[in-house]
Design a protein around this ligand. Structure first.
Ligand code: OGA
Ligand code: NI
Length: 359
């Protein structure tokens, strides 16, 4: 019963038109379909921040975290980044460039395949894994300008190969290798966060045995790029995310002080962000931050989000060590209940997390 164990059963999304195909046959003299036009893009035109000095997200050096000479100082910087920003870029993460290149190469090939070929790993009714869209819950909801492939990568029993492309043939191997490398970095970061929060190894242990899943995003260019969104504003409903902006193409923006701030890709860096589950586990000491993706009128963009979550049977709620000492701000739910709630509604800022808040 491979299927039943996958992450697919946590939710479902209505099937909508493939955006890559739509973009390819779009008549540039005509307007884009109304379902992709976001009125808020017009209203905010003057409000998108241009990152200036001191206004760009923190950069954490993984090599320094590993070096006994600098580890203490760098983990203090990591703690501030988690507290004040909820987002940082990680340099010197040690993942072999070749491993990234191979995975990216396979991904590029996958998205270039004809739609029928990609549809071989298309989402099936009532499941969230596979190629398609996520979080489409009604026929009249606005749609994002992008397609995605969502798969479970670890532990092995959450890996449903039914949704892992076999075309190109290098996809499985290269993704597996990259996922393993990312997991090592993620585990180490969870350990540092755990100690920074005064939790010993607690947070580390929770995530070490948790689920890792991947969302590969594909954003085609759009002739009305300033009217659409690649990915609606949301906070990640996971523990934390390691995001690769493929080929250094920008598009990720985070909400900071009420404005949207672009995250300029740093050569070779991963973008890390705190998700709702970590916010809940540490009773709000670290906050998940709203973010979104915007589109270019000229080029396609890809990104690879590696999500780190808990697993079935674990509790999403403030960790007792913290909850004992302070006012508890969030409810506790079994992970499987939490995950179902998460996939049930469309993306809308931090609204999903609000459902976990106590009065
Ligand atoms: C995500 C995400 C941002 C991006 O997949 O959750 O926030 O730049 N992606 O694609
Ligand atoms: Ni996200």
């Amino acid at each position: 019963m491979e299927e039943a164990l996958g992450i697919g059963s946590f939710g479902a999304s209505l099937r909508v038109e493939n955006v890559q195909a739509l973009a390819a046959r779009l008549d540039h003299s005509k307007a884009i379909p109304e379902r992709y036009v976001r009125p808020e893009r017009e209203e905010e035109k003057l409000k998108v921040a241009v990152a200036g000095a001191g206004d760009s997200i923190p950069v954490i050096d993984f090599a320094r975290l590993l070096d006994p000479l600098f580890a203490r100082e760098e983990s203090a910087r990591l703690h501030s980044a988690c507290q004040d920003w909820g987002f940082f870029q990680l340099i010197n993460h040690g993942i072999d460039e070749d491993v990234i290149k191979k995975m990216v190469g396979a991904l590029e090939e996958f998205f270039k395949l004809p739609l029928e070929e990609k549809e071989k790993v298309g989402q099936v009714e009532g499941q969230i894994e596979g190629y398609g869209q996520a979080f489409v819950q009604s026929e009249d909801q606005k749609l994002d300008w992008g397609d995605m492939l969502f798969i479970g990568t670890s532990p092995p029993q959450r890996k449903n190969l039914r949704f892992w492309p076999i075309n190109p043939p290098s996809f499985r191997d290269s993704t597996e290798k990259y996922a393993e490398e990312v997991k090592k970095v993620a585990d180490f970061l969870a350990g540092v966060m755990s100690e920074n929060l005064g939790l010993g190894r607690e947070l580390y242990d929770l995530f070490k045995n948790g689920i890792q899943s991947f969302r590969f995003n594909y954003y085609p260019p759009c002739p009305s790029a300033d009217k659409v969104l690649g990915l609606s504003p949301h906070s990640d409903g996971v523990g934390f995310t390691l995001l690769l902006q493929v080929n250094g193409r920008p598009g990720l923006q985070i909400r900071r002080d009420g404005r949207w701030l672009a995250v300029e890709p740093l050569q070779g860096a991963l973008v890390i962000n705190i998700g709702d589950i970590v916010e809940i586990l540490c009773n709000g000491r670290y906050k998940s931050i709203e973010h979104r993706a915007v589109i270019s009128s000229e080029w396609e963009r890809m990104s690879v989000a590696a999500f780190h979550l808990l697993d079935v049977g674990q509790v999403v709620g403030p960790i007792p060590q913290i909850a004992r000492r302070e006012k508890v701000l969030y409810k506790s739910l079994l992970f499987e209940e939490y995950a179902k709630m998460f996939f049930k509604s469309k993306l809308k800022g931090k609204s999903k997390l609000d459902q976990m808040k106590l009065e």
